[in-house]
Write a protein that binds this ligand. Structure first.
Ligand SMILES: Cc1cc2nc3c(=O)[nH]c(=O)nc-3n(C[C@H](O)[C@H](O)[C@H](O)COP(=O)(O)OP(=O)(O)OC[C@H]3O[C@@H](n4cnc5c(N)ncnc54)[C@H](O)[C@@H]3O)c2cc1C
Length: 409
């Protein structure tokens, strides 16, 4: 049986990030991936500022669209607000190319990756772990489960997966007229589906259309997507596959490690329960997983309790706030309309967060600050630019901390 220092299962953003870090550190690392790349991945492909700050150089050629306009519709009332930006608010990519790029980075760093090899079970013992795949069995000191929302690693270790919502997506070619209409612009409809939203993200000659149902036991999403396309006046696609995939609803503290085992990304349930965003958290937890695996190989302590604590402090604590915001926001659609119409400062702060200049904790602090101001009308009358200047320029705390520990690693 071949032995490795670390086996990473799955080469999505979490797994490839971990493998690249391990490869660079000179660790004997193996990646096992059930698919052959490039593979289709059900995802809208929006990269937030936080995701971009974690990416290696050289990904820019993969960007299909830089978003400078967001049109938000609130249903059923029908309020529409259009937000324009001078700097891109999000970068849109196609996941098949993006994941292929990250996987190649991991190979270039020295990791061995075997595609078309599905992992069926992972066993642990005192002196290591054994991974059983469709290609054979391997021994390893550490196993990183980066195998997505259906994680076999989490299940085989009894690490209860988080409750999942559901995303349904369809990708359609755009006519030249629609390409012009969608250039630099994305459309979001809130209120339909309830507890989620519908999106249209143009990416040049094609676009991703979908619905995110961010609730446990989600209903059938197809009628919502059909109605969304109808509202956009787009023909209902015939013979085009609809792709559904779970969206783990992060923000609950649950174990993301066990003896010799670390979970990262969707496998650890690290997806934003407010937006469904997961790529940034997959990259971040992949990076942390590699750092803790390296630490364990040096110290011989394979309990990984500190990994769970660090994920809780850096990521889950942020997602806990997102979870609370989602509860309020999605349960009270009229509040959404009210904020869009009357609370521009809040909407602006939210977009600043998407761009990576704030995190949820900072946003919550801003909201609390506003609510505790005794003379609210006076504050509202202040020029908006003045409010924007109050924002610290240094960016979200967790990104600053990232850079520190990247230096360490
Ligand atoms: C419809 C939809 C839209 C989304 N849109 C966005 C978005 O716009 N922006 C954003 O940031 N996030 C989005 N997300 C979330 C995002 O896609 C995930 O959070 C992200 O892909 C998680 O990365 P990961 O590496 O943890 O897992 P994955 O990307 O799921 O990668 C897991 C990998 O493991 C492999 N694997 C699985 N099981 C096994 C096995 N047994 N053996 C070997 N290999 C295995 C898979 O083939 C896959 O390559 C969306 C999700 C959905 C469902």
């Amino acid at each position: 049986m071949t032995s490795y220092d670390c086996i990473v299962i799955g080469t999505g953003p979490a797994g490839s990030m971990a493998l690249a870090r391990l490869g660079k550190a000179g660790v004997r690392a193996l990646g096992l991936e059930k698919a052959f790349f490039p593979r289709r991945k059900t995802c809208a492909g929006a990269l937030s500022g936080a995701a971009i700050s974690l990416l290696p150089l050289g990904f820019q050629h993969l960007v299909r669209q830089k978003t400078v306009q967001v049109d938000v519709h609130c249903l059923p009332g029908g309020l529409v607000r259009s937000f324009q930006f001078t700097e891109p608010i999000a970068h849109l990519i196609d996941r098949d190319q993006f994941d292929g790029f990250l996987q190649q980075q991991a190979r270039d760093a020295g990791a061995i990756i075997r595609e078309g090899e599905r992992v069926m079970a992972v066993e642990t013992c005192l002196d290591g772990a054994i991974v059983h795949s469709s290609g054979g069995s391997y021994r390893s000191q550490v196993v990183i489960g980066a195998d997505g929302a259906h994680s076999i690693v989490a299940r085989s270790q009894g690490l209860r997966p988080p409750v999942s919502g559901l995303g349904l997506e369809v990708e359609l070619d755009l006519s030249p007229r629609l390409q012009r209409e969608f250039a630099g612009r994305i459309i979001i409809h809130y209120g339909e589906p309830p507890n989620g939203y519908s999106w249209a993200f143009g990416k040049g000659d094609h676009a991703s259309f979908g619905v995110a149902l961010l609730q446990s036991r989600p209903p059938d999403p197809r009628p919502y997507l059909e109605r969304f396309l109808k509202r956009l006046d787009l023909p209902f696609p015939q013979n085009i596959p609809w792709r559904g995939h779970p969206i783990p609803l992060g923000g609950k503290n649950h174990p993301v490690s066990a003896h010799r085992i670390i979970l990262a990304g969707d496998a650890a349930g690290l997806t934003d329960p407010f937006t469904g965003e997961g790529i940034a958290y997959a990259l971040e937890s992949g990076r942390l997983a590699a750092a803790h695996a390296l630490g364990a190989l040096q110290t011989g302590d394979f309990a990984f309790t500190e990994y769970s604590q660090e994920v809780q402090a850096r990521i889950v604590s942020q997602l806990e706030i997102a979870r609370k915001m989602a509860k309020i926001f999605y349960l009270m659609p009229s509040l959404t309309s009210y904020c869009l119409e009357h609370q521009s400062w809040l909407v602006e702060r939210y977009f600043q967060m998407v761009r990576g200049d704030l995190d949820y904790a900072m946003l919550l602090g801003e909201i609390r600050g506003h609510l505790s101001v005794p003379n609210l009308p006076e504050k509202q009358n202040q020029p908006r630019t003045r409010q924007l200047q109050d924002i610290p320029k240094a960016g979200p705390a967790y990104l600053q901390q990232n850079h520190k520990s990247q230096d360490k690693g």
